[in-house]
Design a protein around this ligand. Structure first.
Ligand code: ARG
Length: 721
């Protein structure tokens, strides 16, 4: 009997040791988590992982461009990140004649590096716990009042820690669903330049077909550099600027990896919701995800038709297309995996357990029933909301038109002072809009979505009079042609596309001119209807959902106070640890932990939109010209590998480090079998997909001929035997 207990105890401990779940705050690594990392193979001290006084790994990890992660790999501020993170900058630097997106690009000297307008890099300076200050400011209040007080405390703390003149930005992050608050202070650098990228056929090899999937053969990397002013300060772009001298940069290991090796990933995971409820899962599966997917299907179809016809349209639409497609596939897969793993039922069981515990506790006993009511009250309007965001505003013309709403408001209110400023902003926004606008796809999107809205949204929720008037002028509302004619008229007559009419409006802004513009009238009919009647339901639901979420998690923590927890991802710096690891995705199928050049060639389809390859790559691969980057045992080049680390979107570009803290790859994706990972980490199926650093270096060196970049790195080579 005693032995039985010992075995159970051991099992629990081993389970804790071997569970790879968790996106940990590197500055608050508890002993237990750190000890687990050491047990798994880590050879570094805590100070080397994160230190406020000394240079440590955290100093080499940056927020790249506001949505990705990057890492510093040389003492001259060189950045590695993903190709899909540099995608907009690469595309923006490209023209039909110098098509860096298609052909790749390497600066052979610093003079050739291309300023990437709008890109920035944030370096983490420090973190402080501000929970007490925020709690104190909200003491004694509840509900909306509490939320407002918390928000105003956050704003004042952010302001106190920020210093715009010195490019210092403070941002409070609310952790554990607003049960803890930390301020993260960053140094922002705005002079970022493009240094290199492989051809798209390498950097996005496999396209959307292979996206979110393993096995994978994508060389998903790009290279940038951070610049600073001559006197060593963060600055906006200036030709006088010099490369950044970083506090720390990562050494790069070309020693290779084995199944089971320790792997650690630093980065900025954007968001997870591991304490999501059964109600939330039901809402996602039944309404939110399928509606989003259906609307994105339409947008993608029409965009792709035009992109494949014309390389200049491809350059114009590619970044926006990639973003829409990425989460179109994600949300479709998420629903499938949530269903497959019975996550609704699992959550129900957890909620029953919570309810039993909460039964006699007034603070917690009604949380779940209140939550159910909140979802019930919101459900009838929820599809409408997705239609506004993903459908109506999914037409770029409508998105731009709706941005003019503030001008209408200002004109109607006649507070003239603002109008000049608003008009200047609108003139600049219109320029950008026209640059990225493809009318044919947009007009098709507008027509189709106007009809889908008619067919799908509760007729009582429609904008009053809109469809009646379409019917009056264009015909049967169940006929596609009606909407095609209607959309064509909008596109032909709006002042947004007509320089003369637009300039006249800018010179003499007039509310009635705007109100009678067909594009503006269409957009504002939906927006005003939504804002006037329905948005308040969403606001009430969100406030309730946040408040109940906070209390629920507070209760969960009280229920089991000893459990070591990591906070949900909030686009703040995290570290996750695990191992390089193969897996079995389904019965009788085994997936190896690496993909190689052999597989790249197997997937090659000449001229295919997603699976074409550069001739030079094929030539080098056939000659097995892999140089110092090849894998001797395999007589091949490892291109990608997988680990069981816990990451999510935002981690793209993250450094994957070995036990010594040397760079072995860049994380760029998650696998299909674990697309439910925002809600629950699956220890059996979850994998992070990484591009092997040896493939990155091979692409730069052998394929790209940019040995200047290789020479900047600190390479760690295998010991010679
Ligand atoms: N799924 C990847 C992520 O979210 C993006 C991959 C980009 N590649 C592509 N084919 N869309 O980080």
């Amino acid at each position: 009997m005693k032995k039985f207990f010992v075995t159970i105890a051991l099992f629990i401990i081993t389970f804790q040791v071997f569970a790879d779940e968790g996106m940990w705050l590197p500055m608050l690594l508890g002993e237990q988590v750190y000890n687990n990392m050491v047990l798994r193979g880590l050879k570094l001290t805590k100070e080397q992982l994160y230190s406020i006084n000394k240079a440590s790994i955290k100093d080499a990890v940056i927020i790249f461009g506001g949505g990705c992660t990057g890492e510093i790999v040389s003492n001259e501020g060189l950045i590695f990140t993903n190709h899909h993170c540099g995608y907009s900058a690469i595309t923006a630097s490209s023209t039909i004649d110098h098509n860096y997106l298609r052909d790749g690009f390497y600066a052979k000297s610093k003079q050739e590096e291309i300023p990437a307008q709008g890109l920035y890099a944030d370096f983490l300076l420090k973190i402080e716990d501000v929970t007490k200050e925020i709690e104190d400011s909200a003491k004694g209040s509840a509900g909306d009042e509490r939320a407002a007080k918390v928000q105003s405390a956050i704003t004042s703390i952010n302001n106190r820690y920020s210093d715009a003149a010195n490019h210092v930005i403070g941002r409070v992050s609310s952790l554990f669903k607003a049960n803890q608050f930390l301020i993260f202070v960053y140094q922002r650098y705005n002079d970022i330049r493009l240094v290199g990228a492989p051809p798209e056929s390498v950097g996005k090899f496999g396209g959307d077909t292979d996206n979110w999937e393993w096995p994978r053969h994508t060389g998903d990397f790009s290279i940038f550099r951070v610049y600073m002013s001559k006197d060593g300060k963060a600055s906006d772009y200036s030709p006088e600027d010099v490369p950044l001298k970083p506090k720390y940069f990562l050494p790069v290991s070309i020693k290779g990896i084995k199944d089971g090796d320790f792997a650690m990933i630093y980065g900025y995971p954007g968001g997870t919701n591991r304490y999501e409820t059964s109600f939330g899962i039901k809402q996602k599966i039944e309404i939110d995800n399928p509606t989003l997917v259906k609307l994105r299907d339409v947008r993608l179809k029409y965009m792709f038709e035009e992109m494949k016809k014309d390389p200049s349209v491809k350059l114009q639409l590619a970044p926006s297309y990639a973003g829409i497609a990425n989460y179109w596939k994600f949300y479709d897969g998420e629903s499938k995996q949530l269903i497959k793993y019975h996550l609704y039922d699992q959550k129900k069981i957890a909620e029953q357990k919570f309810q039993q515990w909460a039964q006699d506790k007034p603070e917690f006993q009604n949380i779940l029933s209140d939550w159910q009511k909140a979802y019930d009250a919101w459900r009838a309007y929820s599809m409408h909301r997705v239609y506004i965001n993903e459908g109506i505003l999914g037409s770029p013309l409508m998105a731009f038109a709706s941005s003019l709403q503030q001008i209408e408001l200002a004109l109607v209110k006649q507070n003239g002072g603002d109008i000049k400023k608003l008009m200047d902003a609108a003139v600049a926004a219109r320029k950008n809009f026209l640059k990225s606008e493809n009318k044919i796809s947009d007009q098709n999107i507008l027509a189709t979505i106007t009809m889908m809205y008619y067919l799908e949204i509760d007729k009582n929720q429609r904008p009053v009079g809109l469809y009646e008037s379409i019917k009056g002028s264009y015909g049967d509302l169940n006929n596609e042609d009606t909407y095609k004619k209607y959309a064509a008229d909008i596109f032909a007559n709006t002042l947004i596309f007509d320089d003369a009419k637009w300039n006249a409006f800018v010179a003499n802004p007039d509310a009635t001119v705007l109100q009678s513009d067909p594009a503006y009238a269409h957009a504002s009919a939906y927006l005003k209807n939504w804002q006037g009647k329905y948005i308040s339901f969403f606001q009430q639901f969100t406030a309730r959902n946040n408040e109940l979420g906070r209390l629920y998690l507070k209760g969960i923590i009280q229920m089991d106070p000893k459990k070591i927890r990591y906070p949900d991802a909030t686009f703040t710096m995290r570290v996750s640890y695990g191992n390089v690891k193969s897996y079995n995705p389904r019965d009788a199928v085994h997936y190896d932990y690496v993909c190689t050049m052999k597989g790249v060639l197997e997937k090659y389809v000449p001229g295919n939109y997603e699976f074409d390859l550069p001739a030079k790559l094929i030539d080098l691969a056939n000659k097995k010209d892999f140089g110092q980057y090849g894998d001797k045992q395999r007589n091949d080049l490892v291109v990608t590998f997988i680990t069981n680390n816990d990451i999510t979107g935002g981690n793209s570009g993250s450094p994957v480090l070995n036990a010594n803290g040397e760079l072995i790859g860049l994380a760029f994706d998650g696998n299909y079998e674990a697309l439910s990972h925002k809600i629950a980490f699956d220890p059996v199926y979850n994998r992070t997909i990484c591009v092997d650093i040896r493939y990155v270096l091979w692409c730069i060196d052998k394929l790209g001929g940019a040995s200047n970049i290789i020479n900047e790195l600190k390479l760690v080579r295998p010991a010679v035997k």
